[in-house]
Design a protein around this ligand. Structure first.
Ligand SMILES: [Zn+2]
Length: 361
């Protein structure tokens, strides 16, 4: 069997065209003019593994290398010979395929994780900001009515207090540029739970208990600013886009389309339990802190408001009195992913910045 290719003499980078003849247990390497270069036993030859169509290297006993692109002939010769590389060729083929399959799988998994963890939030943010404000209102439509029928009761908070809070929100707390959002504060009773949440439309729901527990105006403002932060940062829309993209991805992988029906119905539950992601809560917290700084309110008030809400939840549960940490899980407003201690710490950080800017006389 004859192979044409190049020969690299020992310890030389220069190459010359050459012909390798494989005959039984002997080989002979010749130059262009059929002049013999090297010969010997094929058992001493080392064949490189086949990788696609990359030229094969055959290393001779003297360290010189013959390179040929004729992989097919090499494989045919190996298959027919008793050379120790013979049995290995097909194994290597399978093995190298598995290696590629493994690599492809690994790449897919990494891509999926990267896409879900970073790409998806980024993409859903980009999409949410490109959607008109009307889309946020459409998303919230019917949500308050749905909540009213299952979880909320009419407020018993004095009308004057409601009116005062509404006016304060309109005159002081609203962002300078409302971007077309209509911010409306709604008062409701939610059992005896101190809670507040915002719909993507700008409707902010405050429970009676929250107004009773958080009486200090600066603390109450901090809660409202946090909720406005959810609206400004379009968290409702981003959450829906993210979860629907995940659902769509799962449907594409698993082929179960019934999962699609569920996500649209999930928003009221998400809002009611304030189960935004850790990142969204932190983003809303930071928004509140920045606005508080601008409004000359010490951000530490937010941490105190959280403490009051926690203490109130603990008070209502005889079981959890013994275990404040566990009790916190009862209160969804606080148990949304960043633990309230962490959030209070961030409020302190901002407070220190605030104090530095406003030294006490
Ligand atoms: Zn929140």
């Amino acid at each position: 069997m004859t192979l044409t290719g190049y020969w690299y003499a020992p310890e030389s980078a220069a190459r010359q065209t050459a012909v390798l003849q494989l005959q039984g247990e002997h080989f002979a390497l010749m130059d262009n003019n059929d002049a013999p270069l090297v010969s010997g036993a094929t058992a001493a030859l080392q064949f490189s593994q086949r990788v696609g169509n990359i030229p094969r290297k055959i290393t001779l006993a003297d360290g010189s290398v013959f390179e040929t692109a004729d992989n097919a002939t090499v494989d045919t010769w190996l298959a027919a010979s008793t050379h120790r590389a013979a049995g290995v060729t097909w194994m290597h083929t399978v093995e190298s395929h598995w290696r590629w399959i493994g690599l492809a799988l690994l790449t897919s998994v990494i891509l999926l994780v990267v896409t879900t963890v970073w790409g998806l939030p980024w993409a859903s943010k980009a999409v949410a900001y490109r959607l008109p404000v009307k889309a946020n209102q459409a998303l919230a439509e019917g949500t308050l009515q749905a909540l009213d029928s299952v979880a909320l009761e009419p407020s018993k908070l004095p009308k004057e207090r409601q009116q005062a809070i509404r006016e304060h929100v309109q005159q002081v707390l609203l962002p300078l540029n409302a971007e077309g959002f209509t911010y409306t504060v709604h008062f409701r009773k939610m059992g005896d739970m101190a809670n507040a949440f915002a719909l993507p439309s700008g409707d902010i729901i405050v429970t009676d208990r929250l107004a009773e527990v958080v009486t200090k105006p600066e603390e109450f403002d901090s809660i409202l600013l946090h909720e406005i932060g959810h609206v400004v940062n379009r968290h409702g829309m981003r959450q829906v886009i993210q979860s629907s993209a995940v659902t769509l991805g799962l449907v594409m992988i698993g082929g179960d389309a019934s999962a699609l029906q569920d996500w649209t119905a999930a928003l009221p539950g998400v809002l009611l339990q304030s189960q935004y992601s850790r990142d969204f809560e932190t983003e809303a917290d930071r928004y509140a802190f920045e606005r508080m700084m601008a409004l000359q309110i010490d951000p530490a008030h937010f941490g105190r408001a959280l403490q009051r809400i926690t203490a109130d939840a603990v008070k209502d549960s005889p079981l959890s009195k013994k275990d404040a940490a566990r009790a916190e899980t009862l209160l969804k407003y606080l148990s949304s992913h960043p633990p309230s201690a962490e959030r209070a710490a961030l409020s302190k950080q901002y407070s220190q910045r605030f104090q530095a800017q406003h030294p006490k006389e």
